[in-house]
Design a protein around this ligand. Structure first.
Ligand code: GRF
Length: 197
């Protein structure tokens, strides 16, 4: 029985698309739901066209009441018998109340080599620090932001003429390789980290 994966997005969902396209053949998981906090998220239309169940919980009407927003998320998840949640460009912070029951079954991809550069603007911060390499990390989600056990990392060089935009593009290419590789291993019950290259 393949694992049922819910993918949370907030925007275009390029990581979601890479994950969906990887879950074929003997892959131990299948995409069962794509859920967004933004009704305009481009990834929702893509998932719908791909025949994947979608749902949207617009966070704005909850006006900062995180518990109520997360209760709505949980309610939308319930009918889909989800085994794993994959956060993929999901830009809302989830509280311990939501994370706790999913701990050990929820993944996130973050565009830095954690534990460096938790939070936002990771590429600009790496450039400002004069780093010579950057990358991305897939980790288990815990209540602490960008802090859970690391399940995979991909490294890229920082080039002399890089901007945050050019570096982000180079890292994003690796995200689309790393996340599917980690999810396939994780869904098979293997937590050994995937390290690229
Ligand atoms: C990516 O850089 C990802 O690391 C971060 O959100 C960005 C956009 O992701 N979490 P996507 O294209 O929406 O998948």
């Amino acid at each position: 029985m393949s694992k049922r994966v819910a993918i949370f997005i907030s925007g275009g969902g390029s990581n979601m698309r890479a994950l969906v396209e990887s879950m074929t053949g003997d892959h131990p998981a299948r995409a069962a739901l794509v859920l967004s906090n933004d009704p305009q998220a481009g990834g929702i239309a893509w998932a719908r066209d791909a025949g994947i169940p979608t749902d949207v919980v617009d966070h704005r009407p909850f006006a900062g009441d995180r518990a109520a927003f997360e209760a709505a998320l949980a309610e939308r998840l319930a009918p889909h018998a989800i085994d794993i949640i994959a956060l993929a460009g999901f830009m809302r912070v989830l509280t311990a109340g939501f994370v706790a029951p999913w701990q050990g079954r929820m993944l996130n991809i973050h565009p830095s080599l954690l534990p460096k550069y938790r939070g936002l603007d990771t590429h600009a911060r790496a450039l400002a620090a004069g780093d010579t390499e950057a990358g991305c990390t897939v980790h288990e989600v815990t209540p602490a932001l960008d802090d859970g056990p690391i399940l995979g990392q991909a490294r890229v060089p920082i080039l002399p003429d890089d901007t945050a935009r050019t570096l982000a593009a180079r890292v994003l290419e690796q995200e689309h390789i790393l996340y599917p590789a980690v999810l396939k291993r994780f869904a098979a019950g293997d937590r050994r980290p995937v390290m690229l290259p």
